[in-house]
Design a protein around this ligand. Structure first.
Ligand code: UTP
Length: 292
């Protein structure tokens, strides 16, 4: 079954980047000139996703405004003629990337609870999950890599994985892996936020999954886990133990937009290759680096 639907959980409180997230969703933080969530929606569109459900919460209505038409602005840019034509199409094109709908997660009870809000929207088909604060930039869109692995391995689901530093693994999830071919692994077990010594490997899920609709029944029946939150990893673990999951050590660079250093890295790296300001920015970086 072709994967045409994606869920973007974007309802989290973003406490790691307070006070910035008090009134501005981290998913709307700009990377040079586009908000983080636009990169994610573009990745979905490039991967053949047609319908997107964004899970939002109180104070996140800017996300809806960003993907909506804006007649006053459009009229102003149109009146600016050819000088503003590029900006006009950028402002309009973003509204046509996919069919986007929204649902609110009323209480922030974790990623698993956020995904559970998509049960009605998904129905009975496999779907993609793209974490709203994980921007992944690369030639081959990350979620397309996972969809291909899901289809070609026939396993129960697929997750994007990367190795993390040994002293960081307790903040992430840890995967039990067996290499199948190149960058594709079979995952037969997983654990969320392992205590020291509990980890299976340094491979952790980062930002993207493909899941069967069965995940919803599991999420409805498992207890709350690490941090008192309903953990998506706990639900995936049950399917991975039973059917195996594909793990894709994906190509592309991931930026954690819910983390101070991640936000800076994204701006610097995307800025350096930006067609309009890249060359000037490089000179600037070289100049200030002289004093480091
Ligand atoms: P994170 O754990 O990175 O987000 O979840 P958070 O809870 O906002 O982070 P901190 O620890 O407080 O800084 C990954 C993604 O899942 C969403 C977040 O918005 C983020 O995009 N999420 C998380 C929800 O939608 N609902 C939740 O209850 C938790």
């Amino acid at each position: 079954m072709k994967i045409k639907k994606a869920v973007i959980p974007a309802a989290g409180l973003g406490t790691r980047v307070l006070p910035a997230t008090k009134a501005i969703p981290k998913e709307m933080f700009p990377i040079v000139d586009k908000p983080a969530i636009q990169y994610i929606v573009e990745e979905a569109a490039r991967s053949g996703i047609e319908d997107i459900l964004i899970i939002t919460s109180r104070g996140k209505s800017e996300i809806e405004d960003h993907f909506d038409r804006c007649p006053e602005l459009e009229a102003k840019l149109k009146a600016g003629g050819s000088a503003k034509a590029d900006l006009y199409s950028q402002v309009v094109d973003v509204t046509a990337l996919a069919n986007i709908t929204y649902v609110r997660q009323m209480e922030q009870k974790g990623l698993g609870h956020a995904v559970l809000q998509a049960k009605k929207f998904i129905g009975n088909e496999p779907f993609a999950v793209m974490y709203g604060d994980d921007v992944i930039i690369g030639e081959d869109p990350c979620i397309a890599q996972l969809i291909r692995a899901y289809e070609s391995t026939g396993l129960g689901g697929a997750v994007g994985i990367k190795e993390v530093a040994a002293d960081q693994i307790s903040k992430y999830s840890s995967m039990k892996t067996e290499n199948l071919k190149d960058n594709i692994y079979k995952i037969s077990d997983m654990i969320e936020k392992p205590a020291p010594g509990e980890e299976f490997s340094l491979f952790s899920i980062l930002g993207r999954c493909v899941l069967p609709a069965e995940i919803f029944d599991i999420l409805e029946n498992i207890p709350y886990g690490a941090g008192g939150e309903l953990q998506l990893t706990d639900a995936m673990k049950i399917l991975a133990q039973r059917d195996g999951f594909a793990g894709v050590d994906f190509t592309g660079t991931r930026y954690d937009m819910g983390d101070k250093l991640g936000i800076l890295k994204a701006s610097v790296e995307v800025g350096l290759s930006h067609p309009e300001i890249g060359a000037d920015f490089k000179e600037y970086i070289k100049e200030i680096a002289k004093n480091f």
